[in-house]
Write a protein that binds this ligand. Structure first.
Ligand code: SF4
Ligand code: SF4
Length: 447
């Protein structure tokens, strides 16, 4: 398959893939039981080892990479559950991004509307926060003017895809105002200041989960942090990097590094596992540009998930579930793959939940396994995403929990979708950990 510049996909793969990482794989198969797509299919080509073998075979010229090759790469969730399981420390996340980057320059297989949406979303919307606010305004109007009711009645979204129709049902409230417009750029700590944190507001978080962002600031100030929100920050670039748009991802990373460096913060806090995982790897993303080495390392070292910074550095919060009468509220936690596998930060979330008085915390079986959201995966690969979600819901239902808490907006929406599909909205809610904790904070207490 050739692109306009005349090079083949095989040649581009040779150029982009890290051959040393490919050869580091010793084919032991320890990663197989951790891989959701292998667990669903039992097919070697749908496993990390299988995908690495395919990449190597393509680079070595043993196999011509065609549509099947692209499919196997695109079926990967990018959840990176294979990395902690790997005794050889193979950087699978980097390999799959390099493979997708190569494929993206050659791909012809997306349906026309997917190509159109990708271009619009990646290049014209996500990098521009003012346009994201228009999106937030549009979403808010869609819900408030009755347009949503008309769309649902006519089934218009279902004409494009039944998956989009399902996702439409769990759309969050939109907001035309982001956190800076609502709270300003510098919010003082309550009591004695422990440190200054820069808040990463997130492009989608800021217009679709604006209240969660505001509650993040309140939790941080209550725990003793001054919060700075640099206005010039932009989208983290995660969706771009995972979808083969690496040049755009690098540009977004550089803008963010400049914004937070200029703000002179001690930490950079994210409340979305998907964003945090790329922020913490900006040094790797820019590793081929020596002039960015010092600043990208400065940035990556400071990134913390909200739960991690609250547990590690904040004044302890007194958390009580005052709303619940009678038996304690049963709560479970669904890991964000990127928070768990890349940021290594799932334990603080559990610690915080378990510290809430009058709560019955129950661990879900396979809580660390992907829910099928994975960025745009549940839109581009609906069949596999739904299959994975079904298994996730079996485990969620078995807990009997009233709340499924998550640390990432994509997981939150996916769990809402699962609850909606299972007709359980009256018994179970999916909530972001920040919203859950904020509603239960009494006050901070001195250490
Ligand atoms: S990133 Fe996730 S889906 Fe992809 S190969 Fe690794 S474990 Fe499997
Ligand atoms: S665990 Fe690591 S070395 Fe073993 S097959 Fe998987 S990727 Fe290769």
């Amino acid at each position: 398959m050739a692109n306009t510049s005349g090079s083949t996909l095989q040649e581009t793969l040779k150029l982009k893939l890290d051959y040393e990482q490919l050869t580091n794989c010793m084919r032991c198969g320890f990663c197989l039981p951790a891989c959701p797509t292998f667990k669903e299919t039992g097919v070697e080509a749908e496993s990390p080892r299988g995908r690495i073998s395919l990449m190597k075979a393509a680079v070595d010229g043993i196999m011509e990479p065609g549509i099947r090759f692209e499919d196997q790469m695109n079926h990967c969730l990018g959840c990176r559950a294979c990395e902690p399981a790997c005794p050889a420390d193979v950087k699978y996340g980097q390999l799959i991004e390099q493979a997708r980057d190569a494929i993206e320059t050659h791909t012809v297989q997306h349906r026309w509307w997917i190509r159109g949406v990708r271009k619009l979303v990646f290049k014209q919307v996500f990098p521009h926060q003012n346009r994201m606010r228009w999106l937030g305004t549009g979403l808010s109007l869609y819900k408030k003017t009755g347009l949503q009711a008309v769309v649902r009645k006519t089934g218009a979204v279902g004409l494009f895809s039944s998956q989009l129709s399902s996702l439409e049902k769990i759309l969050p409230e939109g907001s035309g105002k982001g956190i800076v417009e609502l709270m300003g750029t510098r919010i003082p700590a309550k009591g004695e200041k422990i440190a200054t944190v820069g808040m990463f507001r997130g492009c989608l978080m800021d217009v679709m989960f604006t209240e969660t962002n505001m509650k993040t600031v309140h939790l941080l100030t209550e725990a003793g942090f001054e919060v700075v929100i640099p206005e010039t920050q932009n989208c983290c670039g995660a969706l771009h990097a995972h979808s083969g748009e690496s040049d755009q991802a690098k540009q977004l990373a550089k803008n963010n590094i400049r914004a937070f460096k200029d703000a002179g913060v001690d930490y950079i806090v994210s409340n979305a596992g998907g964003c945090g995982a790329i922020l913490v790897e900006y040094d790797h993303l820019l590793h081929a540009e020596p002039e960015w080495k010092e600043d990208s390392v400065w940035f990556a070292k400071r990134v913390k998930d909200i739960s991690t910074i609250l547990v590690e550095r904040g004044r302890p919060l007194q958390l009580v579930d005052t709303q619940q009468q009678g038996a304690p509220t049963r709560v479970t936690y669904q890991d964000s793959c990127h928070l768990k596998n890349v940021m290594k930060g799932s334990n603080p979330s559990r610690q915080l939940l378990q510290s809430v008085e009058h709560i019955d915390y129950i661990e879900m079986q396979d809580a660390g396994s992907c829910c099928g959201s994975a960025g745009t995966y549940n839109v581009t690969q609906p069949e596999m995403a739904n299959q994975i979600l079904e298994h996730k819901m079996e485990n969620t239902n078995a807990t009997g929990a009233q709340y499924v808490v998550t640390s990432n907006p994509g997981c939150l929406l996916q769990m809402k979708l699962g609850i909606d599909k299972h007709g359980q909205k009256d018994q179970m809610q999916a909530v972001h950990i920040v919203d859950f904790l904020y509603d239960r904070v009494v006050k901070s207490v001195d250490k």
